[in-house]
Design a protein around this ligand. Structure first.
Ligand code: NAD
Length: 363
């Protein structure tokens, strides 16, 4: 029996391409693992009315962690139309399988490292090395939404000013979830010898929910007197990150702000072909590239697999395979620095598997 059992969730679109690339490097590095394929993605929504079938969740529960490619998802009108005729009008609305996975398995940390590897022609500035800790289970992503104002909401002070036809999305933030994500950021900062942690919020306007988040941040920061806590409003943070990205190392924030900030940081180190992510809970984790299914490139083996290969590096780290993780990162860095193999987004003409094979050859 292999040492690890990994749920292998390819998804659809270019998910197939990048997962094939990740497998090349994982096989080459000699990870002792069984990769168990699981169903997820658009075809399962169309044929079964569920993009993340229960059998896949059950499968995940019997594995050490999951590795996920990419999926296609669509807005409500299109999602409903593409359902198999016999499923039309039945079952739930389309729900993002990724958001569901995070909530069901309580994967409360969304960890997104954004590092400018020397020699990457897409780097915004050399030396950027930012790790974003995004709260992954609550905030504006709890999925409690109303197409118009429910009558009972008018019992709440201030609501009388809101017209009935307003759509409403609720934002929920608890002290417990805030504390655990901030603690994860501080633990990382201590281990990785980072000089400070930056908490991002909009507490001057969104007073209640971001008030809870910042109170939790200050409470946890008091346990780490050696690491200063700095804070910034989300809007100013966007500006500061572009103006002076080297000032930042560890950023911690709520769900939606983290979604935005981590894309900004990923773009500064090469964009979608480089953005990797770990969804991490107390005993389970799902690793993935942050990009989507890029339908126009699906099956062409053209997209950059580095994001997915860096997600594999994160998985190795999380499994405790530190040496393999460091070797894999070294191989990625070496191929980028050499600049001989580049996918289209980097200005080159090589394909997904050329990149994977070049990285594997450095291992
Ligand atoms: N985690 C996920 O699976 C995820 C994330 C985002 C979007 N989506 C879904 O993916 C589908 C397509 O969404 P989209 O077009 O907005 O975003 P996308 O990330 O799929 O692609 C946008 C564009 O970015 C470029 N790109 C993406 N990945 C790349 C890579 N690895 N290397 C080089 N270039 C890359 C391509 O030009 C692509 O057309 C939608 O159905 C969307 O809902 C899924």
């Amino acid at each position: 029996m292999a040492k690890y059992k990994i749920a292998w969730l390819t998804g659809d679109g270019c998910g197939q391409d990048v997962m094939a690339a990740a497998r090349i490097v994982l096989e080459r590095i000699g990870l002792d693992a069984d990769y168990v394929p699981g169903d997820i993605g658009w075809e399962f929504w169309c044929n079964e009315g569920e993009a993340l079938p229960q059998r896949t969740i059950d499968l995940m529960k019997g594995t050490d962690c999951a590795f996920f490619g990419a999926i296609t998802s669509k807005g409500k009108d299109k999602a409903d139309k593409e359902l198999k005729p016999e499923l039309q009008g039945k079952g739930d609305n389309y729900r993002s399988p990724i958001v569901r996975m995070r909530q069901l398995l309580d994967l409360y940390i969304c960890l997104r490292p954004c590092k400018a590897y020397p020699g990457n022609p897409l780097n915004y500035k050399e030396g950027i090395d930012i790790v974003v800790f995004r709260e992954n289970t609550e905030g504006l992503y709890i999925g409690v939404e109303y197409p118009t104002v429910p009558e009972e909401f008018y019992a709440v002070k201030g609501m009388e000013k809101i017209p009935r036809n307003a759509a409403i999305s609720l934002r929920a933030i608890t002290p417990e979830s805030s504390e655990r994500i901030v603690r994860a950021a501080f633990e990382y900062a201590r281990k990785d010898k980072r000089p400070k942690v930056t908490a991002v919020h909009k507490a001057n306007v969104i007073r209640q929910t971001d008030g809870v988040f910042m109170e939790a941040a200050r409470k946890v920061a008091a346990e780490y007197p050696d690491i200063p806590l700095e804070d910034a409003n989300i809007d100013a943070m966007g500006m500061w990150l572009l103006k002076n990205p080297l000032n930042y190392g560890v950023i911690v924030t709520t769900n939606l702000f983290g979604d935005i900030i981590s894309d900004l940081c990923a773009q500064m180190v090469g964009g979608l072909g480089f953005g990797c992510s770990g969804n991490i809970g107390t005993s389970y984790a799902v690793f993935e590239p942050t990009h989507g299914s890029a339908p126009k490139y699906a099956g062409q083996y053209k997209v950059n697999p580095i994001a997915t290969i860096l997600a594999a590096k994160m998985m190795l780290d999380w499994l405790g395979e530190k040496d393999k993780a460091a070797r894999l990162e070294g191989a990625v860095a070496a191929v980028i620095a050499e600049g001989k193999v580049r996918t289209y987004d980097m200005g080159g003409s090589q394909g997904t598997l050329d990149m994977a094979n070049a990285i594997a050859a450095k291992l």
